[in-house]
Design a protein around this ligand. Structure first.
Ligand SMILES: [Zn+2]
Length: 463
């Protein structure tokens, strides 16, 4: 039996190119690593006398081969809220969308990932259930600074904190007085501290005479104005000036009006990175019907002008990459029956659709070199963010053999049945998207096939 698996095609995206080229990539099956990349070489089965099994010679033809994607912002919620999501369903959904690495957020599971013991409990729960590779973010909450360095040693990819209530009581938000000891502890380490950047500094608003309708999206949007994001980013950049060597990151930027602040911080040389999400790039407030909490997330989806400006920020490099922030819950908490947006759980379910969403919207906008940019935003950038820049996100010798065969032309309609995550509620149901993943390979192993479904068993590792 051959120890290698060959991937060849007319349209392969290799690092550094502006577009796809014919190429062949060889993966060593025993290590799962890419051992040979041949640009401008189109192989035939008969070139390999030692490859005997059909499954070890994969000819993608005119379909596109890209590196496996890395989603650096996912809530898998297990253990503790496994009815919301789970390692099994969440990573299957990810794999069906061409994601080969998922980095799990420290909150919404019980326990949260705020101590090494809790991290071990999560790893225990995840064992044998991961269809993609999985890494973990740690959490910074008030008073847990003694746990931060041990969490780094135990392998967390970095840390996440909230500047506004998180929505779950076991993961309280932090204020400046909590952040200073945490940043003091983290400075000098190669880690990254990620912020949910909304900060409410306004005095409590007087009770309105006629209460706003809780089923109207506008009511929710008004309750989370861009000023919250701006106030948070001001605090973050002022703290950053005191800890300029510590890498900081802003998760799910929604307010484009914060981009000038970000531009100033970045041009002063501070190691600050920014992510936005598929929903901010593909949806806008005016499209959101009344009574549909599936569209609720924090910070909120804003105007179409805001959406345009986020695309501009992304193209200019002010926004570094794009993630899902897949954050589901059970149907009851999403309040879909009564359409109560104000009291619904805030979080959008996306896993499996990200690449198609970005591709559909990017094509509409006629973004130049979209494939190159998509790989940068969904694989190279996110891999680097999670400290995986030498193993994930590129079809390069020494990297993991994570490959996706993808058809950029095919159109499909999102149906409940097509979703692989646990609670099948998403704002994208009914939308027709362009571009669909055909096969996903993790370290050389076929994980998902659009026709055949999933492989027999999961082969994901912890990264
Ligand atoms: Zn999140």
């Amino acid at each position: 039996m051959s120890s290698k698996r060959i991937f060849t095609g007319n349209n392969v995206y290799l690092p550094g190119s502006d577009n796809v080229i014919p190429a062949t990539v060889t993966v060593d099956k025993s290590t799962g690593k890419i051992v040979l990349v041949e640009p401008n070489v189109r192989r035939k089965r008969q070139d390999f006398t030692d490859v005997t099994a059909d499954e070890d010679f994969i000819d993608a033809g005119d379909k596109v081969i890209i590196p496996g994607l890395v989603d650096a912002h996912v809530h898998l919620n297990e253990p503790g809220r496994t009815d919301w999501e789970g390692f099994w369903t969440g990573t299957r959904a990810a794999a069906s969308g061409g994601i080969t690495t998922v980095i799990d957020m420290p909150l919404n599971s019980i326990p949260p990932t705020t101590t090494v013991a809790n991290l071990e409990e999560k790893r225990q729960a995840a064992k044998g259930q991961c269809w993609t590779d999985v890494g973990f973010w740690g959490g910074v909450i008030p008073g847990n600074q003694v746990h931060l360095r041990p969490l780094i040693d135990a392998g967390v990819k970095g840390f996440k904190c909230f500047l506004i209530e998180s929505g779950v009581e076991e993961f309280p938000c932090v204020a400046e007085q909590d952040l200073v000891p945490a940043m003091e502890t983290l400075k000098g380490t190669p880690t990254v501290l990620c912020f949910h950047a909304e900060l409410d500094t306004s005095p409590a608003a007087p009770e309105a005479t006629t209460p706003a309708n809780p089923t109207h999206y506008q009511t929710f949007l008004t309750s989370r104005p861009p000023e919250l994001e701006i106030a948070a980013i001001k605090l973050i950049t002022s703290l950053h000036a005191r800890y300029p060597s510590l890498r900081l990151h802003i998760v799910h930027l929604s307010a484009s009006s914060a981009l000038p602040l970000i531009e100033a911080a970045k041009s002063s040389g501070l190691p600050l990175t920014i992510e936005t999400c598929f929903h901010y790039l593909s949806l806008s407030a005016s499209q959101i019907p009344h009574g549909h909490p599936e569209f609720k997330c924090c910070p909120p989806i804003r105007s179409s002008t805001n959406q345009d400006a986020l695309w501009e920020g992304l193209e200019k490099g002010l926004i570094d990459f794009v993630v899902s922030d897949h954050s589901p819950c059970v149907v009851e908490l999403k309040k879909v029956e009564d359409g109560d947006i104000m009291n619904a759980w805030g979080g959008i379910s996306t896993l499996g659709l990200g690449l198609s969403l970005l591709w559909t919207e990017g094509k509409k906008r006629d973004v130049k070199n979209l494939l190159k940019k998509a790989v940068q935003w969904l694989a190279v950038g996110t891999a680097k963010h999670a400290g995986l820049e030498n193993v994930k996100g590129k079809l390069e010798v020494g990297f993991d053999g994570d490959l996706v065969i993808w058809d950029p032309e095919v159109e499909f309609t999102v149906t409940k049945e097509s979703l692989n995550f646990k609670n099948k509620l998403t704002p994208y149901e009914g939308l027709t998207l362009k571009g669909k993943v055909q096969q996903t390979y993790l370290r050389g192993n076929l994980v998902y096939d659009a026709v055949e479904g999933f492989a027999e068993k999961p082969v994901g590792n912890f990264v």
